[in-house]
Design a protein around this ligand. Structure first.
Ligand SMILES: *Cc1c(COP(=O)(O)O)cnc(C)c1O
Length: 220
């Protein structure tokens, strides 16, 4: 099978599963943004996705992402662990950052970003920072800094289900954290959660942005 047919088939299957998950949760699919995670895959795959109607692309590494984002127009999402020395470059091509978890990184963004960014705060669901994310205690402080910005927009929260934890349990906890958070930050009503292995559970718990790589593009 050629690459285009392979990707088209996978994409259709994923879209169908998103519709079903939304329907069982009593939600509209229109409130769910599918981000195709193109990290490690070539620009030619991004072109195919674009041709198939995908406009949101997710990346984890500046050096892998920058050339693709420069060559292909779309909404580019950065969801990888942030390294301060790469931030200026990341803000040059990214439209959305999902993985902000430190105030000092936001300060760099404020100083160096050439355009307005949509920002999600990444929350750690297990208290450890192994997979990235700010603790619940430090989350509000970080969010307040972003809200003060005249330029950038706080969108909501992002999280990755901890390894070895049932995703439904993890995302139920995330949903509770997000609901409490919205009492203080009512505009931050977006929730970025769910990857290839757990997006159905994430949709059941209110995810508005799901980040899917291998189920669309195959194994890396
Ligand atoms: C790689 C990655 C994804 C996509 O994961 P898949 O298993 O390929 O669907 C989503 N979110 C983050 C933060 C990632 O690092």
């Amino acid at each position: 099978m050629d690459r285009r047919s392979e990707i088209a088939g996978n994409l259709e299957a994923v879209r169908e599963q998103i519709s079903k998950a939304a329907e069982s949760a009593g939600r509209s699919v229109d409130e769910i943004t599918l981000i195709a995670v193109t990290k490690t895959f070539p620009a030619s795959d991004v072109e195919i996705l674009k041709d198939l109607g995908v406009s949101d692309f997710g990346e984890n590494r500046d050096s892998d992402a920058a050339p693709k984002a420069v060559a292909i127009s779309g909404t580019w999402h950065f969801q990888g662990q942030i390294q301060s020395n790469k931030l200026k470059s990341i803000t040059s091509w990214a439209n959305v950052i999902h993985s902000l978890d430190e105030i000092r990184h936001f300060e760099v963004i404020e100083k160096s970003a050439a355009h307005a960014l949509d920002i999600f705060c990444q929350v750690s669901l297990d208290g450890s920072e192994g997979r990235g994310g700010v603790s619940e205690q430090k989350l509000y402080e970080l969010a307040k800094e972003i809200e003060k910005s005249p330029t950038h927009r706080l969108q909501g929260l992002m999280a990755v289900a901890p390894l070895g934890v049932d995703p439904a349990t993890a995302f139920s906890k995330l949903s509770a954290i997000h609901k409490a958070f919205m009492a203080d930050f009512p505009k931050a009503n977006k929730l970025s959660a769910g990857m290839s292995g757990d997006f159905k559970e994430a949709i059941a718990h209110g995810a508005t942005h799901i980040r899917i790589g291998i189920q669309i593009l195959g194994s890396r």
